[in-house]
Structures are given as structure tokens and as C-alpha cells.
Write a protein that binds this ligand. Structure first.
Ligand SMILES: Cc1cc2nc3c(=O)[nH]c(=O)nc-3n(C[C@H](O)[C@H](O)[C@H](O)COP(=O)(O)O)c2cc1C
Length: 357
């Protein structure tokens, strides 16, 4: 059975939900490890006070018994603690009683760079909140929880995935400057996956290509506007003799400019991908917009917001890469149980005479 993921949840609604199907039976999950990834997503220099309200913790409603997956749909829930301040404004059913708390008044001031205006036009909305609640990156918490499950599966075949911010020191200086100017910044992150065996993904169809799948997964994260695999954009200005990774008699490479993928297939080297994040759209010094209620010029919505979320992006991107690699690994090795999955991996490594290192 193919592994699939569906998520649901609004930023200030009751909870975020992830349903994972196709995860093999018998996978031991560590609640603390999932919560640790959720906590890492909330940390980082430049985040908003929202992160002090939330203490993300995973709850499991189905698919797990005594810590091991059952091979049935795995239902994960991350409650939004902030929802207690929005019980009227974000009530799923028509709210009872007088309006109280947050979210009681319609938002009509779309922010340039956010989903506000395009969402309102597309869905025929009059309250921008109905667009921004789901467009918000808050629901990346559900993806991080799913990514933690993917990492547990990958660990069975010794694959490790790690995301980090490039130039964290320089970023802090830029974040301080942006905060002082009531502005925002973006930045660049990198995800590396170690000990990925050769042979994940395929050139057979466009959809199978591992580089395409990783790029799509990263590009689908809010505020990511550029992705590269290996040396990516820098390769464009090199000669072929400088750009490619020569092959040794042991089939390993002395360099890794390809970022571990050739022909849409992992080649056994470390997988290296990068993503560029634009500056966040919610500015404390707002840009020009219009008031959708009156049609008059206005300043964009000012709402509690991060100055930067690049360190959080590194964690979200790590989860996205782990998810795609787990899918590709499960496609290659299959298995309804973790034992079958691992046995197929061992048999494959023996066939190609490949030592994991
Ligand atoms: C982890 C993370 C946190 C984010 N936090 C904020 C935020 O606090 N304020 C904001 O305006 N945008 C934030 N964003 C970016 C917006 O969600 C994003 O720009 C918006 O949904 C529009 O999508 P687009 O930038 O992909 O076009 C965040 C993105 C990520 C990945």
C-alpha cells in the first residue's frame, strides 16, 4: 500500500490533524521524539509571542497500540492551545452568546505577499480570515508530526535527515535590524539526508523523479520561493568538467555537486537540497493595500507575526524531505510490516553489494 498524508486544521481552530495511511505495521514511535520536533519548529530567533502560547504536543487517536503502528491509518492531532482565545471567533459551529475574544470582526485589509487577496477572490469570501487561517504556516506543525513518523521509518534503514539554517549568525543581525525597523526578513536553509541508498526515485516518469518530488515538497512550504538540488544554480556557470562528480572504482564520488541525485534517482551520496524563504508578508509597518469593505486605499493588516521564521523552516523542510524519502524508500522496498521493509532493504543492498556508510 502506498504511503499517503492528509492534513487539516486552521491556525486558530481547535486543532491540527494529520492522517497517515500506508505506514507499515510494527514501527515503534517515540512520543518525545515527535514532540521534540514540534518544539524545534516553534523555536528560533525572530518568532512571535504566539510560540509562547503554544506548547505543541502530539496526540494519537488511531493506528497506534502501545507505541507501535498497526498498519492502519495513523491519526495524529496537535491541539491549538491559542484556540481558547478564539472560541467564539473560530467556532466551527455558529457561535452562541455575545461575541468575545479574538477574531470577532471581519478582516478586510489584505496583506501583499500573503494569500489574503487571492484567497478572497478565489473562494468568494468577504472576511480575509477565512483565507488566512489555513494559508498560515501554523499547519506545518501537522507536517512536522508526520515527518517525525517518516524519520522513524527511515531510521530503520539507517537514513538520517537534518535541516539547518545557512548563516545563522548573519541572520540574527538581519533579524535585529528588521525588528528595529518593524520589518521582516527571509533566508536560506539546507537539508541533508545521510546514508540514502542508491536507487530511490526513478527516471521512468516525470512524477517518479526524486529531485522533482523533493523540489515540489519544499516549494509547497509557505514563503519558499527557490529550491536547489546540490550546487543547483551555481552549476549553471560551470563547465561540465567542473560540474560533475567523477566515479571511483568503489562507485563512490569524491565530490557531491549533484547533491546525491542523478537521473531522478539517489546515487548513494548524501542528498543535499536548499530552499530560499522570502521575507514574511506581515509587517508591523504595513504596505499599501485596499479596504475590501469600502474599496478605498488602506494599509495592510497588522497582526501578531514573526520577524523571521527561517529556523522553523529548516525543521519544516527537514520533515518534508523525510516524508518524500520515506515514500520513495517504501516504494522501493515495500512491506506491510517494518520487518518486510527492512528485509527487502538488506536483500537489495546485498544484490548491489553496497555498504552503508
Ligand atoms: C514556519 C513558517 C512560519 C511563518 N510565519 C509567518 C508569520 O508569522 N507571518 C507571516 O506573515 N508569514 C509567515 N509565514 C509565511 C506565510 O505563511 C506565507 O508567506 C503565506 O502563507 C503566503 O504564501 P507564499 O509566501 O508561499 O506565497 C511563515 C512561513 C513558515 C514556513
Amino acid at each position: 500500500m502506498a504511503i499517503r498524508l492528509a492534513t487539516a486544521g486552521e491556525s486558530h481552530g481547535p486543532a491540527l490533524v494529520a492522517i497517515l495511511t500506508g505506514i507499515p505495521a510494527g514501527l515503534l514511535l517515540d512520543r518525545d521524539a515527535i514532540d521534540a520536533d514540534l518544539a524545534r519548529r516553534q523555536e528560533g530567533y525572530g518568532r512571535s509571542p504566539r510560540q509562547q502560547i503554544e506548547r505543541d504536543r502530539v496526540e494519537v487517536l488511531a493506528g497506534l497500540r502501545h507505541g507501535r503502528t498497526l498498519g492502519t491509518p495513523l491519526a495524529l492531532v496537535v491541539p491549538n492551545l491559542d484556540h481558547r482565545n478564539w472560541t467564539w471567533g473560530m467556532s466551527p459551529w455558529p457561535p452562541e452568546g455575545e461575541p468575545s475574544g479574538k477574531g470577532t470582526r471581519a478582516v478586510t485589509l489584505p496583506r501583499p505577499g500573503h494569500a489574503d487577496l487571492s484567497g478572497v477572490l478565489k473562494y468568494g469570501l468577504s472576511d480575509v480570515r477565512n483565507a488566512l487561517e489555513r494559508a498560515s504556516a501554523r499547519h506545518t506543525a501537522a507536517h512536522v508530526a508526520a515527518g517525525a513518523v517518516a524519520k522513524a521509518l527511515l531510521r530503520q534503514i539507517e537514513v538520517e535527515v537534518r535541516g539547518e539554517t545557512l548563516d545563522p549568525e548573519g541572520l540574527r543581525v538581519r533579524i535585529d535590524a528588521a525588528r528595529a525597523a518593524r520589518d521582516t526578513v527571509g533566508g536560506t536553509i539546507e537539508v541533508r539526508a545521510r546514508r540514502v541508498p542508491p536507487g530511490l526515485g526513478s527516471y521512468a516518469t516525470r512524477e517518479d523523479r526524486l529531485d522533482g518530488r523533493l523540489a515540489a515538497a519544499l516549494m509547497a512550504i509557505q514563503a519558499v520561493k527557490g529550491v536547489e538540488v546540490g550546487d543547483g544554480f551555481a552549476l549553471a556557470s560551470l563547465f561540465g568538467s567542473e560540474a560533475h562528480d567523477e566515479i571511483g572504482t568503489d562507485r563512490r564520488r569524491a565530490s557531491n555537486r549533484a547533491g546525491g541525485i542523478e537521473g531522478g534517482i539517489s546515487n548513494g551520496e548524501e542528498i543535499v537540497v536548499r530552499a530560499a524563504m522570502k521575507p514574511l508578508p506581515t509587517l508591523m509597518k504595513p504596505l499599501a493595500s485596499l479596504d475590501l469593505a469600502t474599496g478605498e486605499p488602506a494599509q495592510a493588516l497588522v497582526e501578531r507575526s514573526d520577524v523571521a521564521a527561517v529556523e522553523a523552516l529548516a525543521v519544516v523542510a527537514e520533515a518534508a524531505v523525510a516524508w518524500e524519502l520515506a515514500l520513495a524508500a517504501h516504494e522501493k522496498f515495500g512491506g506491510d510490516s517494518v520487518e518486510d521493509f527492512v528485509a527487502a532493504w538488506h536483500a537489495y543492498l546485498a544484490r548491489i553489494d553496497w555498504e552503508v556508510r
